[in-house]
Design a protein around this ligand. Structure first.
Ligand code: ATP
Ligand code: MG
Length: 413
């Protein structure tokens, strides 16, 4: 081949340390979310495009410009999932789960796909962990979801370096009042807004608050605040979320500028941010979405959840998880191979990571043991086997002793 094939732009291979970091994040999230009663679901990686693009109402970047959509050989429009919430809601409805056992508490982990400009912490195939509570209208659900996310970050040892920012988007009447106030304000500044934000002004003025454009941001700084337009109910809901968070011991800061990237949110919106990843500082983000299950054809099902980028969390880990250190089983002479294989499997059955080189003399096999960073070598020669023992060598201490074959697995556990 003339030129070597590379991974597609914005995608990465996860090998060695990178894989272990990634795996550690997903496993910690799996473990902690299980403690909170979340059950893991896996939904398809591609879905009918309509699962993500519902009508013309969605003005988010994800839906309007980042989706990997294609027509398959049967003429169906399919999309590689850019996020998981829509798929989980679709699955709730498709599987007839909208009436029984609510609330459902779902955990997921897996790859997502967005056509974005690749940079540090931003990829075209990336991975998310996330949780959703489906069918709970109570503010305690919002607080528990956030507390679980914080607990996962504590488990990963990164909670000190992130900050929880929360906001409320209010209920429908609050949003309508706020929307009107925003339209009045931004219309007065229309000519100074970026092209994108002028379009947002028509479709969804709230999204201007999320603009990354410098001049937009200056205008946004003077924009009206949702807090001044909340109904009494919406204000009470937000107050209860904050009270529960305090009870759970989760520190937070209120940030009235937080809106979510997708359009179906109401009430609670939050982000865990860090200053350690440059522009890609949001590690975990979520909120309440009360209309999404209905949009999938289900009954009203108030829900709340978050998603977090595994790559960004993995970058924050202070230490790389160590690779397991195996025990090297080393037969010397042809007669020793059979008993060595028996011992190899006895070690594995006892939960000890064990390896055998497929060939080579004692010297070669010892070299291999060092290369794979083995912690111990078990050397079986013909005289040892006749005596029912093996030489157990501690490769860190350099010590060696003769141990009965039957005792070796327990010794190495
Ligand atoms: P951003 O503002 O960084 O584009 P977003 O609002 O598009 O984020 P969400 O849709 O809320 O992100 O996704 C939740 C989390 O998933 C983000 O906080 C981030 O950690 C991660 N994430 C989103 N897009 C990417 C990507 N392209 N590459 C890596 N991680 C991503
Ligand atoms: Mg984005």
């Amino acid at each position: 081949m003339s030129s070597q094939l590379q991974p597609a732009r914005g995608t990465r291979d996860l090998i060695g340390e990178e894989f272990r970091r990634h795996h550690a994040v997903a496993e910690a999230a799996r473990r902690i979310s299980a403690l909170y009663g979340f059950e893991e679901w896996a939904t398809p990686i591609f879905e009918d495009t309509r699962v993500f693009a519902r009508g013309l109402g969605d003005t988010s970047d994800v839906v309007s410009k980042e989706m990997y959509s294609f027509t398959d050989r049967g003429g169906e429009s399919l999309t590689l999932r850019p996020e998981m919430t829509a798929g989980v809601c679709r699955a709730l409805v498709s599987n007839g789960l909208t009436q029984s056992n609510l609330p459902r508490k779902v955990f997921y982990a897996g790859p997502m796909f967005r056509y974005e400009r690749p940079q540090k912490g931003r990829y075209r195939q990336f991975h998310q962990i996330g949780i959703e509570v489906l069918g709970a209208a109570e503010p305690l659900a919002d607080a528990e979801v956030i507390a679980c996310g914080w607990h996962i970050q504590q488990e990963l040892g990164i909670a000190e370096g992130t900050l929880l920012e929360i906001n409320t988007l209010g209920d429908a009447p609050s949003r309508d009042a706020y929307r009107a106030a925003l339209i009045a304000y931004f219309t007065a500044h229309r000519d100074a807004l970026s092209h994108d934000s002028r379009l947002r002004l028509e479709k969804n003025p709230l999204r201007i608050l999320d603009s990354k454009d410098e001049t937009d941001r200056a205008i946004v700084a003077g924009a009206p605040l949702i807090g001044d337009h909340l109904t009494a109910e919406a204000a009470a809901f937000y107050g209860a979320v904050k009270q529960h968070l305090t009870r759970f011991g989760v520190p937070f800061r209120e940030n009235p500028r937080i809106v979510r990237g997708l359009d179906y949110y109401s009430h609670t919106a939050f982000e865990f941010v860090t200053d350690r990843l440059g522009a890609q500082g949001t590690v975990m983000a979520g909120g309440r979405y009360n209309g999404l299950v209905e949009e999938m054809g289900g009954p009203p099902t108030p829900s709340v959840g978050w998603a977090a980028g595994i790559e960004r969390l993995a970058m924050l880990l202070a230490e790389s998880p160590a690779a397991p250190r195996p025990v090297a089983v080393i037969p010397v002479g042809d007669e020793a191979e059979g008993p060595a294989l028996d011992l190899l499997q006895a070690l594995r059955a006892a939960g000890v990571v064990a390896e055998i080189a497929y060939r080579g003399n004692l010297k070669r096999r010892m070299e291999r043991a060092n290369r794979i960073n083995a912690r111990a070598a078990v050397i079986l020669g013909e005289t040892e086997i006749a005596a029912g023992v093996a030489q157990l060598r501690d490769l860190d201490a350099g010590t060696q002793e003769s141990v009965a074959l039957a005792d070796i697995p327990a010794r190495l556990q």
